[in-house]
Design a protein around this ligand. Structure first.
Ligand SMILES: Cc1cc2nc3c(=O)[nH]c(=O)nc-3n(C[C@H](O)[C@H](O)[C@H](O)COP(=O)(O)OP(=O)(O)OC[C@H]3O[C@@H](n4cnc5c(N)ncnc54)[C@H](O)[C@@H]3O)c2cc1C
Length: 496
């Protein structure tokens, strides 16, 4: 893969940093990114030297060639040259950079800047089957595709991501279910017909920017307008994205001098802004500062002719229970309707049914794994990672970046010895949400499943030095200039 874009991005970053009197190396240190040696002038060989060389043999089948799947294939190839690797992935644009969709949605990047072809990231000697895996017979180590191809494996790694379930919202049934990557023009035309914007596909983020501009123009013309932003009742990838697009709409309105005419209202299903108290408190303060409105415990259930309809759920005291000698708790539901001029929908998400409802799926439809080894709870020769894995708070590219190295090591150990040594590195629940709060500021929320707030690079000293609840320009530089090349040239090459 040619590093042309990487060079351009880094040159731009250097110019900005020079203006501020900081070298790139110092900036990277501040960002806790020193490990990504190849990014600061170190050689690719330096970064690759952390890989363990193994003479393991066997066939590893990877389901899904998105960010997690292709990174796993690349690292496995570099570590174990004798292992036979096959990836099943039907979508040609599966390596597109999804975190950039938020920036496309606000007109800061062009869609063409985030589209990447899977075939540009296939390591040597890795076979790609451009079909969809539909049948999983884990007892016989066999997968069958939609075209009837049968594949036998020694180890299987499931990295099939999530499906966007617009169909679960009444009025959006026509939009159906979709993946983030690929041609989603039909989905977008269906959403547009209902006045809905959604940055969860590349096409959707482009349409969001077009709709946002109309919204801003209406506010600028003097009309009082309302922007509605939702967060559903299922786990979602990148929990911060529903808020990021609201912050960017706010920034664009301010830029146009039209902010006073717009009511921006956030309707999350949950009862808080963030699972971690410090970040929750910081976000509430930001919302107050920016004059946003918000209503907790509102789940979008219907879109009907310019009206968004929510299930406002809560808990109330029920009847007296004589046996338990206490009042029962009942769930209450109230229908709440609001008109909108701009509606950004974050759809409910689920694992693809062919996996979630198969014998490798869990009762809740995800792939159940040991959260530290990423090994399937029932089938020891099956692993899962990325958005589809049933681990707490793990649905970000940042989590996948930690998980794929653990999976590769453990798959190799299983091939070598049939077990995972206790000394193998474990996934510790790291995840990251670069919460864009305006054009030029980001709060870098890093945390793990102990709900522990972490400083940059999970480094305790950095937490003291740079309070992670503060919005900073340096994190904007990280988000805007560095994370994409780090993902595309580092992670998808199995190195970063
Ligand atoms: C708007 C948005 C903003 C985001 N922002 C951030 C951010 O700021 N930071 C961050 O870290 N992360 C962010 N993310 C999340 C990040 O993009 C995902 O966590 C990451 O892509 C997960 O990788 P994955 O490989 O699990 O899934 P994907 O990259 O989605 O890949 C899954 C692949 O599996 C394939 N597949 C599905 N079913 C089958 C099947 N049956 N057979 C074969 N193949 C199959 C699909 O075609 C797809 O290509 C964002 C995502 C979005 C949408």
């Amino acid at each position: 893969m040619e590093n042309r874009n990487l060079k351009q991005d880094l040159a731009q970053l250097d110019a900005i940093l020079k203006d501020q009197g900081i070298s790139r190396r110092d900036a990277m240190k501040m960002m806790g990114l020193s490990g990504a040696a190849f990014m600061v002038g170190g050689t690719e060989a330096e970064a690759a030297s952390e890989l363990k060389a193994s003479g393991a043999k066997g066939h590893v089948l990877i389901i899904g060639g998105g960010l997690a799947g292709m990174s796993t294939a690349a690292r496995l190839r570099s570590s174990a040259s004798d292992v036979q690797i096959t990836v099943i992935e039907p979508e040609a644009a599966s390596c597109s950079y999804q975190p950039g969709q938020t920036l496309v949605g606000a007109g800061l990047w062009d869609k063409s800047e985030i589209l990447y072809k899977r075939d540009d990231f296939v390591p040597s000697d890795v076979k790609i089957i451009k079909e969809k895996a539909v049948k999983f017979d884990a007892k016989n180590n066999t997968v069958t595709t939609d075209k009837g191809t049968e594949v036998k494996y020694d180890m299987m790694v499931i990295a099939a991501g999530v499906k966007l379930n617009y169909a679960a919202i009444k009025g959006l049934e026509g939009a159906g279910e979709a993946y983030s990557s690929g041609d989603n023009r039909a989905l977008v035309s269906e959403l547009n017909a209902k006045g809905v914007s959604s940055i969860y596909s590349a096409d959707g983020s482009e349409a969001t920017w077009a709709n946002m501009q109309k919204f801003i123009a209406a506010a600028k013309s003097g009309k009082k307008v309302k922007g509605v932003f939702t967060h559903p009742n299922t786990p979602i990838k990148c929990g911060g994205a529903p808020k990021k697009i609201m912050y960017l709409t706010n920034a664009r309105l301010k830029e146009a001098g039209a902010r006073d005419n717009a009511d921006l209202h956030f309707y999350p299903n949950g009862g808080g802004m963030f699972g971690i108290k410090d970040y929750h408190t910081a976000i509430v303060k930001q919302f107050e500062r920016e004059g946003f409105n918000w209503s907790y415990k509102h789940n979008l259930v219907e879109v009907n002719n310019g009206t968004a309809i929510f299930d406002n759920h809560g808990k109330a005291k029920g009847a007296w229970d004589e046996d338990l000698e206490e009042y029962a708790t009942i769930t209450t539901h109230k229908k709440v309707e609001t008109n909108f001029d701009f509606l950004h929908v974050t759809p409910p998400m689920k694992a693809p049914d062919e996996l979630g409802k198969s014998e490798v799926g869990s009762a809740k439809g995800w792939i159940p794994v040991n959260k530290e080894t990423m090994q399937h709870v029932k089938f020891p020769n099956v692993f899962a990672l990325g958005d589809i894995a049933a681990v707490p708070m793990g649905k970000t590219g940042g989590s996948a970046r930690k998980q794929y190295k653990v999976v590769v090591n453990n798959v190799i150990s299983m091939l070598e010895s049939g077990s995972i040594p206790a000394t193998n590195a474990k996934y510790a629940g790291y995840t990251v949400c670069p919460l864009i709060t305006s054009i030029g500021t980001v709060m870098l929320a890093e945390f793990n499943w102990a709900s522990k707030k972490l400083g940059s690079g999970t480094n305790a000293a950095m937490t003291t030095l740079l309070d992670p609840t503060q919005e900073r320009y340096i994190w904007w530089l990280l988000k805007f200039y560095l994370l994409k090349p780090m993902t595309v040239y580092g992670m998808l090459a199995g190195k970063a």
